[in-house]
Design a protein around this ligand. Structure first.
Ligand code: SF4
Length: 353
């Protein structure tokens, strides 16, 4: 059987043979790909003109500054904030969930929204608000909690919905004149959505994409597929062991039952039409924005000096931010791309540029 190192060497030679010569920027739009690329040192294996750049694929990173401010506001409404771990360290304009927790507010970290629902069920005197962030990957489980809360008549559970969906963000990037020649498309998101949602990319923008797995060889094979189809861009699936063209129909069904599209603010990309999800009226009793009368998210606010927005558009590498490794480190993060365990800045810091 061929050794992993031999396979990597072979893939490297194939990439060199397919090298189109001019600039070829490949954008990954998944935090797990961002970490894998840095961890396996894949950038260093490629010819100089083939660059791997990060896009808006880390859920914590794309959560906008004013969305964090709204979550902090909620924490001050005598509720228990239930959230994923990375979000609590993301700084808002004046505070963060971590600071609010230190000041005595109830902020609890859960690995799954189902655990948050269970906590609400076991503590009926407390109002529990789950902060719904992330893409199509996490949405079905959050939808299940809302459906279950309604069925069981759990009145002290609600979701503050900040979910975002991937295709409209890719469209916004491309319409903004992004210098991308190919996409490494997210494996986990696509397991839910399937590949059809990306078909507009080659059709309307002449750019190809490959839905990739997360091992070094998966990513190298995906790069080879992108290079092979450079002149006839298409959407292909490399991660066939998990992703099907039609996606997970059951998961899509529950998403459609609970949520509907809405506009959403993305860090670095601003407001993108139809790129978010809101809870349908039928389930509004479980919508924290309605229950606690949270005002709609305004225009995007930027953190002074932090260039997360440019990192998330693939305009710069993290080490081109003047604060990288100086004022901004994982111990003292200035922006979410350094906070999140899937952020580009955290990946560059951990594994080197
Ligand atoms: Fe933002 Fe820090 Fe990354 Fe600079 S290094 S872009 S300040 S997170």
């Amino acid at each position: 059987m061929m050794q992993q190192t031999e396979m990597i060497e072979k893939a490297k030679r194939a990439i060199e043979a397919l090298n189109p010569g001019g600039p070829f920027n490949i954008m990954e739009v998944c935090g797990s790909h961002t970490m894998a690329i840095s961890k396996f040192g894949l950038r260093q294996l490629l010819p100089k003109n083939i660059r791997l750049i990060s896009g808006p694929g880390c859920p914590v990173c794309v959560t906008a500054q004013n969305e964090i401010d709204s979550v902090v506001e909620l924490a001050n409404r005598n509720v228990v904030i239930a959230t994923f771990g990375d979000l609590i360290r993301v700084p808002g304009s004046k505070s963060s969930l971590q600071l609010e927790r230190a000041a005595g507010k109830e902020v609890k970290v859960f690995y799954s929204p189902l655990d948050a629902l269970k906590y609400a069920e076991g503590n009926p005197s407390k109002e529990v608000v789950f902060i719904g962030i992330g893409f199509e990957t996490t949405v079905p489980t959050v939808a299940v909690t809302i459906k279950e809360a309604k069925e069981k008549n759990i009145k002290n559970y609600s979701v503050y919905c900040l979910h975002k969906t991937m295709p409209e963000a890719l469209r916004a990037l491309l319409e903004g004149g992004s210098n991308v020649q190919g996409f490494l498309l997210p494996g986990h998101v696509s397991a839910i959505t399937g590949s059809k949602i990306y078909e507009f990319i080659p059709k309307e923008f002449g750019v190809g994409g490959v839905i990739s797995g997360f091992e070094a060889m998966d990513i190298l094979m995906s790069i080879i597929m992108l290079l092979k189809n450079y002149k006839n861009p298409a959407i292909e699936i490399q991660y066939k062991r998990v992703v099907r063209k039609e996606g997970n129909l059951e998961a899509q069904k529950i998403i459609d039952e609970i949520f509907e599209p809405c506009d959403s603010i993305w860090r670095g990309l601003g407001k993108i039409k139809g790129s978010g999800l809101r809870i349908k009226d039928k389930y509004k009793d479980f919508d924290a924005a309605v229950k606690f009368d949270i005002k709609p998210i305004g225009e995007e606010i930027e953190i002074k000096g932090c260039r997360c927005g440019d990192v998330l558009k693939g305009s710069i590498y993290p080490n081109e931010c003047p604060l990288f490794e100086r004022a901004c480190t994982p111990e003292n993060p200035v922006g979410p791309c350094m906070v999140s365990s899937e952020g580009s800045c955290a990946a560059f810091y951990k594994y080197g540029a």
